[in-house]
Design a protein around this ligand. Structure first.
Ligand SMILES: Cc1ncc(COP(=O)(O)O)c(C=O)c1O
Length: 422
């Protein structure tokens, strides 16, 4: 069937979708609501509630403190092993702990300390602001001059690959980038950029927050050194779920955790007074695992593994292509600009649209039309596609409602509203 802007075409694509049944594995309390914010907070899997109920009733309620030795101390590794399958790593290379920001601090500082003669961290201006704040904090604590070189994107959409290559030199300790850029969804070539860092003798740290569960990530194949990322986005692990971190196996013994706590101690129950790092990736743990918010990572990662990242990526590409075609015919004439790459090969799973009235349109979409997108300053409406549960009909409906907002001027009354995020 040829592309068309009619509902029947979206329904045809849904009928052909071999992953369509995964939608039933998620909670849809309001069938009218079109949710396009899975790139910020993923939907709740149905299996999460029974898991948490069991955790509360059976494990906390009945087993009490015995559970620490019966699985809870191992949860960062058990959950990490599942996440490893999603990001192309070995089970012994990933743990779940802390937030992405804290994990970035631990790994970036560890990397900088492992390159003592070097004075530069290279990144780009498409990186998530928290990542830059963390790097600035690292420059404050390191006992040597250390600067951050922030390479600007040529168009605020694509990564500045050529300029990065020119900036990475033998004074560079660390290169760190967000793999799928949070605003535009541009995706870096992980193997190529990692090689640039390695050729200069630097370490490479990837933020996979918008990649894990949305694009095929092959950390091992790319010979990546270090990575961090969120689990509450495409890994559907819930608000505040802890993040993951990855350290390539052969690097683990060479790097030290600067937030050296007892959970990363070699023999934690000996309660010795001098810190000795645990073997393997466990040394990057710090404090008590946040069991209640960590357990849902098992469900989220298992769903992705069951669907298979190759199949999910194929569906995501098909869906963003469909959305961009709809943009071209339905939204471009109304003043919407595409703020994501046109080339699917370098585009993740959300599509950013710019508009001079983006903020009031975003509010009207939420309040008048029951579509939940996501907004990033100054004029970005991000439409996040989570191929596990977003349907082609969702995309069709969101575009029709977006069009109706502008055509009917429903955003006019939101002009004065204070700006923020959704
Ligand atoms: C790309 C990226 N990096 C880092 C973060 C920060 O994560 P956390 O709040 O878990 O530290 C986010 C949060 O949305 C993000 O999108």
């Amino acid at each position: 069937m040829e592309f068309s802007t009619e509902l029947a075409y979206a329904q045809h694509l849904d009928a052909q979708d071999e992953l369509a049944s995964f939608r039933e594995r998620f909670v849809f309390e309001d069938p009218e609501l079109i949710y396009l914010d899975g790139n910020s907070l993923g939907r709740m899997p149905k299996a999460t509630k029974p898991l948490l109920n069991e955790l509360l009733d059976k494990y906390w309620g009945e087993r009490l403190i015995r559970m620490w030795r019966e699985g809870w101390f191992d949860l960062p590794r058990t959950a990490g092993a599942k996440v490893a399958g999603v990001i192309g790593a070995q089970p012994a290379e990933v743990v779940v702990a802390d937030s992405t920001s804290v994990n970035l601090f631990k790994l970036a500082l560890a990397a900088v300390q492992a390159r003592p003669g070097r004075h530069k961290i290279v990144t780009d201006n498409l990186n998530f602001p928290s990542d830059l704040y963390i790097l600035q904090g690292i420059c404050e604590v390191v006992k040597r001059p250390l600067t951050i070189q922030v390479i600007p994107s040529p168009d605020d959409i694509h990564g500045p690959v050529g300029a990065l290559a020119a900036a990475i030199d033998d004074d560079t300790a660390l290169v760190t980038l967000t793999h799928t850029v949070f605003k535009s969804a541009y995706v870096y070539d992980m193997a190529a950029v990692t090689k640039l860092a390695h050729d200069a003798g630097a370490l490479m740290l990837w933020d996979l927050s918008h990649s894990a569960g949305s694009v095929v990530v092959e950390l091992n194949k790319a010979n990546a050194d270090l990575a961090v990322g969120c689990t509450y986005k495409y890994l559907n692990s819930g608000p505040g779920a802890p993040a993951f971190l990855y350290v390539r196996q052969d690097l683990q013994a060479q790097l030290g955790n600067p937030v050296s706590g007892w959970i990363g101690q070699k023999d934690m129950f000996d309660f010795g007074l001098d810190y000795q790092a645990a073997e393997g990736v466990s040394r990057f743990l710090t404090g008590t695992p946040t069991v209640l918010s960590m357990a849902p990572v098992l469900v989220g990662a298992e769903l992705l593994l069951e669907a298979g990242m190759e199949r999910l990526r194929a569906k995501s590409v098909q869906q963003t292509e469909y959305l961009i075609k709809l943009w071209e015919t339905e939204l471009k004439p109304l003043g919407f600009a595409l703020k994501s790459p046109l080339d699917a090969a370098v585009r993740g799973s959300h599509v950013a649209l710019g508009h001079v009235d983006a903020w009031p349109i975003n509010l009207a979409l939420i309040n008048e039309k029951k579509v939940l997108p996501d907004f990033r300053q100054p004029d970005n409406i991000r439409l996040g596609i989570a191929p596990l549960y977003t349907s082609f009909t969702d995309i069709f409906t969101a575009v029709s409602r977006l069009r109706a907002v502008v055509e009917q001027g429903l955003h006019e009354k939101y002009r004065e509203a204070a700006t923020g995020v959704t």
